[in-house]
Design a protein around this ligand. Structure first.
Ligand code: SF4
Length: 73
């Protein structure tokens, strides 16, 4: 079964290098990466690996990260 999701990270959170570093560390399937300026990059090709573990949501201030389920196959 494949899960299709979209990750929304608030611009404020995405521009904080320390927070981005945390996201990179917690995601078990490498959906988050850190760009050269420390800003957030979403690794699109890994999105379908999301386990909905919620670790990214818990690692950030409330409301900063949303995982949106698009559909289940
Ligand atoms: S819910 Fe888990 S697997 Fe999905 S993006 Fe967040 S940390 Fe990664």
């Amino acid at each position: 079964m494949a899960m299709f999701i979209r990750v929304h990270v608030s611009p404020e959170a995405a521009s904080q290098p320390e927070l981005v570093k945390k996201l990179v560390e917690v995601c078990p399937v490498d959906i988050f990466a850190q760009g050269p300026q420390g800003s957030l990059q979403i690794v699109e090709e890994n999105l379908d690996e999301c386990t909905l573990c919620d670790l990214c949501v818990q690692a950030c201030p409330q409301g900063a990260v949303h995982i949106v389920k698009l559909y289940d196959e």
